[in-house]
Design a protein around this ligand. Structure first.
Ligand SMILES: Cc1cc2nc3c(=O)[nH]c(=O)nc-3n(C[C@H](O)[C@H](O)[C@H](O)COP(=O)(O)OP(=O)(O)OC[C@H]3O[C@@H](n4cnc5c(N)ncnc54)[C@H](O)[C@@H]3O)c2cc1C
Length: 382
């Protein structure tokens, strides 16, 4: 049990242990086959919802778990240690719920939130476009005012849960003003004119479906607008601050699992008459891996504690995302090295971890963009 877990309250520890038990008992047997066949495990999300693991950090009023973000991230880490595709899904779902939970009207919360948090409604987050990834303010998808509400036309790219989600949190342009001309909408997954494209064929995270989504004159009532017109980009960026902590936690879980695999193998495998962990060259590599995992976790949880205390955590979320995902890439690559030729085969999970880690340096803001966020924040506050 990592040191941080021992500081948790009894209730919080129960939640983290529930996540660990669920992941090891119910998810672990499914991982290899679902990843090999690129099958999205929709049922796993229903189970996570039933167990209360999709609602952990949301306020209790509409079915949230009312737990600190620090606790949610540790539960997420346990899921990621077993199945990163599912853990990324939990994090993206939470980010899709965030705008209604935080910026939505009482009516929207009353109508939707409980079903979003208990897993009956799975979410997708439609911010990126084919030509607007790092720079979402360049988006072209448009929501035009109509007599009875809005009509959305355009194409979103890279939507996690595309085609599977029951609702999408969609950002679209309501005026030509670059950043103040974007608004946020709640769109049902089965809306007329919403068409999910075939899944992307990815290097890793293959059980997590990613698609483009076309919006062909999708009609929405006025009540689909979340927050005010023009507030969309602010909502999206605020949701991303919290989402980036989720991705950092997923990276930490993946890195811990890669380290555990490497240590177990290195204690067992012998060359030159002794376990390879006793060769200093390899032992030092494992020591560096452990140092990277522990420090990334500490930085992630410290950023979460700032959020829990109501302090600004914008820069800290980007630092955590940057360091944790770079650590996961390095640690999983080194884990392959520790296993030698076997590490390069699909008979051991470390090659999958290495492939899964790569995307974490790319999505929810590439690590170049995280540096930009950190530098801009330093320029403002110092
Ligand atoms: C598996 C997967 C799942 C995803 N899920 C979602 C989702 O659910 N919802 C969603 O909205 N999006 C999602 N994304 C999209 C993801 O957030 C974008 O791919 C990412 O933000 C990068 O955008 P881009 O691919 O257009 O790259 P680009 O913006 O074209 O960047 C290309 C390269 O240029 C660098 N770069 C760009 N601008 C700068 C700069 N100013 N300074 C320095 N370097 C720069 C980038 O770091 C990158 O290395 C997902 C992506 C993937 C791969």
């Amino acid at each position: 049990v990592p040191a941080d877990r021992t500081l948790l309250s009894d209730e919080a520890r129960e939640i983290v242990m529930l996540a660990r038990d669920f992941a090891t008992r119910e998810l672990a047997p499914l991982v290899a086959e679902a990843e090999a066949s690129s099958s999205f495990p929709r049922d796993a999300f229903a189970r996570l919802g039933e167990l209360g693991l999709l609602s952990v950090p949301f306020v209790t009023e509409h079915g949230g778990g009312g737990q600190p973000y620090e606790v949610y991230l540790q539960a997420l880490e346990e899921i990621a240690a077993v199945w990163p595709s599912v853990a990324v899904g939990v994090s993206v779902h939470a980010m899709s719920c965030y705008p209604i939970a935080t910026w939505g009207s009482d009516e929207q919360r009353e109508k939707l939130l409980a079903r979003m948090l208990d897993g009956r409604l799975l979410g997708g987050y439609c911010l990126s476009e084919a030509d607007a990834g790092s720079d979402p303010a360049a988006m072209r998808t448009r929501a035009s005012r109509a007599a009875d509400g809005f009509r959305i036309s355009g194409a979103k790219a890279w939507v996690t849960h595309g085609g599977w989600a029951d609702f999408y949190t969609v950002f679209a342009r309501t005026s030509d003003e670059r950043s103040r001309g974007i608004s946020c909408f709640h769109v049902a997954g089965d809306a007329n004119g919403l068409v999910a494209q075939p899944p992307e064929r990815k290097m890793g995270l293959t059980a997590s479906t990613t698609t483009a989504i076309l919006f062909e004159d999708v009609q929405l009532g006025a009540s689909a607008l979340i927050g005010d017109e023009g507030q969309g980009l602010a909502i999206a960026l605020q949701a991303l601050d919290s989402g980036r902590l989720g991705i950092a936690a997923v990276a930490n879980g993946l890195a811990q699992a890669a380290l555990d695999e490497a240590v177990a193998y290195a204690r067992d495998r012998e060359t030159f008459g002794r376990p390879i962990i006793e060769h200093q060259g390899l032992g030092f590599m494992l020591a560096d891996m452990a140092a990277a995992v522990e420090s990334a976790r500490a930085i992630t949880l410290e950023a979460a504690r700032r959020r829990d205390r109501g302090l600004s955590f914008h820069r800290h979320a980007s630092i955590a995302k940057l360091l944790a995902t770079d650590a996961a890439m390095k640690v999983s690559t080194d884990a392959v090295q520790v296993l030698g030729g076997y590490g390069y085969t699909k008979d051991f999970p470390v090659e999958r971890m290495m492939r899964d880690a790569k995307v974490m340096q790319i999505f929810e803001g590439t690590n170049q963009i995280q540096r930009m966020v950190i530098a801009r924040d330093l320029a403002r506050s110092h």
